[in-house]
Each structure stands twice: as structure tokens, then as C-alpha cells.
Design a protein around this ligand. Structure first.
Ligand code: FEO
Length: 391
């Protein structure tokens, strides 16, 4: 059994094999973290995806008879956390479910209009005996129902999806796993889930201001036991839109022409000593690219023209990026075409719609770029490098 604090246990489940979490590739799987607090009263904070109910129950039974659970705190209604609630209520019908106001409404929408739950407007905290559970709504981090549970006696924050990572591991704590892997997954998680909600995250930080936090136990991945400051500082940085002098070149290609331009841009940026990464969308998933864009200052998007418009994989990427709204970036489009063109213009429209500052250029070539044209692309790359070094 895994104990976070005296009487606080991890009773979640490990999903080793999930590789696609609603469109976001989860290369290292994930966990659904439930926490059991055993005091005079017993509380369970969140459940697990329905399929993993037996795994959660096995862990609960190692500690306490599930019938002894008095409260179920539903911090967030998405089914990866609420999916086992009805099964739990069959085993322990006396459990009182507590959720935010929108959470109560969502539970009824998911599990039936007669679903009984208490809003945190009625019970903003619970006294379990030696420990207290305090609740605070953090709307849109990342659903309207999202809330956190805080145990002041343990200085323990249970923030549900916030500060999580999709990382399956036999280890539970930050001091037990490779830091580079942990931060890579925390970064990908923020970029693919939390990034467009930065204003809500800012408000949540204000709501949590003044809390003395010793440990952060999110609903996915590793628990920040030894160094919660690392993830708090990373979120502050990401929310502010802080970026590094780094350029991401993302494109697809039909007959190699757009790729030649991409390579010339990479050569130009790189020759100025600036970090640059090149991704062809037929080989790299949108969710992996967006994780690299989070801290990059510039994004250069290339597309061949197909049927007077964007190549489908580039259109998909631009749609994905538009939804996630990366902050504080500069960008440009480039491309190639056979006769009428159109992809570069369409990419520019989408780049502006993301909120990225567009750098105009003429990097759009008929059939194959000449050596002179590729040299112009190298020079453009150098110019982008100069801009990211100084801004
Ligand atoms: Fe992990 Fe929004 O559910």
C-alpha cells in the first residue's frame, strides 16, 4: 500500500497501455489517482475509469472495508475520475457524494437525474476527526466543475487534473522517477490539456494563494512529494507565456519541395546557434509537436497546396493548435504548389487566428524551389533566429 501522509493512501489504478487519450498520444500510459483518507470518518477523493474499478477496490480493501467510506469527493466529473462512482455506491450505498455546484449537475447528467450529491456551497469543508477537507472551486481547470481538496493538517493539495502528467509507473512519487521524464510528461500534459485555459489557471493560483503546500497529489501520474515547487514554478512560467529562444518547423510534404524549404529554414536558424526542431506531420503526431511548441518562441508552418488549400495533415495540426492557443509566439508560413497555390495563404490565416504574430514572407514555390530560392529561405531562417534571440 502507498501512504502519502499518516492515514492518506493512494488507491488508484495504473493504465499501462493507453496510448491515445482523446486525441493526445500518451506514449507512457497514465494513472487514475484516487486517494483514501482514513480518520474517524473515511473519505475517498475521486475514483478511477470504470474499467479499473476492481483495481481501486482491491487497494481500498487492503486498508479499510469499503462499506466504511463515509464521503466520496468528486473533484471533477470527467469519466476517468467519476467512472467508478456508481459501482462504488452499489458496494457502499451510504456514501455521501460531494462535488462543486457544476459537478453536482454534471453527475446528474452522467448518472441520472436522481443522483444524490451535496454541493460544496452547502459543505465547503468536512471535519473527518483529526483531519479537515477544505474544498475550493477552480472553474475551467479544466472543466466548469473542477475543484481542489486541501487537507491543512497535512498541507496536502489534491488538485485533480491540475499539475498531472500522463505517466504510468510502478513508482508514485517525484523522488522515485527520472526528473527529465517527469517534466517531459508534465510539459506535454500542460500543452495538450491546460494551455488554452491559462486565464483560469491564473485565477486558480489566486484562489490557492496563501495555502501552505507541502505535497501535491494530482489525479494523473506522479505525486509531487519532495519538490512541489518545481511544478508550481513551471505552471507560473507556462501561464505567463514565457518562452525560450527556440524555433519549431512543422510541415508536411507531397513530392519533397515543402520539405526542402523546411530544411533550408532549419539550416538558417541553426547556423545562428538557435535551437530548432523539425517535424514532418506524416511522422509526428500533433500532440507531440504542440508539446515542443509550448516553450518555443517561433513556429514556422509549411504546407504543399492540395485542391487549392492546405494539405490535410497541416490543416489538422493548425486546427489542433488553434484550439490550444499557444501564447506569445511569432510565426510564419511557407509552402509549395503546382499551379494556383493557396496553402500558404490558408496557413497564414490560421496562424493569425491562433493569435501568433505573423511574419510575412514570400517562401512559396512553384513545383521545386531553385537553389537561389532555398538560399532565401536560409536567410529568412537566420532572420527568425535573430528575432527569437532578442525577444
Ligand atoms: Fe483527468 Fe479532465 O479528466
Amino acid at each position: 500500500m502507498t501512504q502519502l501522509k499518516d492515514g492518506v493512501y493512494w488507491v488508484g489504478a495504473i493504465d499501462w497501455n493507453i496510448r491515445n487519450f482523446h486525441g493526445y498520444l500518451t506514449h507512457r500510459g497514465t494513472t487514475y489517482n484516487s486517494y483514501l483518507i482514513v480518520d474517524d470518518k473515511v473519505a475517498l477523493v475521486d475514483t478511477v475509469k470504470e474499467h479499473f474499478f476492481p483495481e481501486m477496490m482491491r487497494r481500498i480493501r487492503e486498508i479499510v472495508d469499503p462499506k466504511k467510506i463515509d464521503y466520496l469527493i468528486s473533484n471533477h466529473t470527467e469519466p476517468d475520475h467519476s467512472g467508478s462512482i456508481t459501482k462504488l455506491l452499489e458496494v457502499a450505498p451510504g456514501v455521501e457524494v460531494i462535488a462543486s455546484d457544476p459537478g453536482v449537475r454534471n453527475l446528474r447528467a452522467y448518472y441520472g437525474e436522481d443522483f444524490e450529491a451535496t454541493s460544496i456551497k452547502e459543505k465547503s469543508s468536512l471535519n473527518l476527526g483529526l483531519k479537515t477537507l477544505n474544498f475550493a472551486a477552480i472553474p475551467m481547470v479544466h472543466w466548469p466543475d473542477s475543484m481542489v481538496t486541501y487537507i491543512p493538517e497535512d498541507r496536502l493539495l489534491l488538485p485533480n487534473d491540475a499539475f498531472g502528467q500522463h505517466l504510468a509507473s510502478s513508482k508514485r512519487f517525484d523522488d522515485e522517477v527520472e526528473q527529465a521524464v517527469l517534466m517531459q510528461e508534465a510539459t506535454a500534459y500542460y500543452a495538450n490539456i491546460v494551455m488554452p485555459l491559462w486565464m483560469s489557471v491564473s485565477r486558480a493560483f489566486k484562489a490557492l494563494e496563501g495555502l501552505d503546500i507541502d505535497m501535491i497529489a494530482p489525479s494523473h501520474g506522479i505525486i509531487w512529494r519532495s519538490n512541489p515547487g518545481v511544478i508550481l514554478e513551471a505552471y507560473q512560467r507556462w501561464v505567463s507565456g514565457e518562452s525560450k529562444p527556440k524555433v519549431v518547423v512543422v510541415y508536411d510534404t507531397m513530392w519533397g519541395s515543402t520539405e526542402k524549404v523546411a530544411e533550408a529554414l532549419v539550416e538558417g536558424v541553426s547556423s545562428e546557434g538557435v535551437t530548432v526542431q523539425q517535424y514532418r506531420l506524416s511522422e509526428t503526431h500533433n500532440s507531440d509537436v504542440i508539446a515542443e511548441i509550448l516553450e518555443a518562441r517561433a513556429v514556422l508552418v509549411g504546407s504543399p497546396t492540395l485542391n487549392n488549400g492546405l494539405f490535410p495533415s497541416v490543416a489538422s495540426f493548425l486546427t489542433y493548435m488553434k484550439g490550444l492557443k499557444p501564447k506569445n509566439k511569432i510565426g510564419a508560413a511557407f509552402g509549395s504548389y503546382g499551379w494556383g497555390g493557396g496553402a500558404k495563404r490558408a496557413a497564414e490565416t490560421e496562424i493569425k487566428a491562433v493569435g501568433i504574430e505573423l511574419i510575412e514572407n514570400d517562401l512559396d514555390y512553384k513545383f521545386r524551389p531553385t537553389d537561389e530560392e532555398l538560399e532565401r529561405a536560409v536567410e529568412f531562417g537566420k532572420g527568425i533566429a535573430a528575432r527569437v534571440k532578442t525577444s
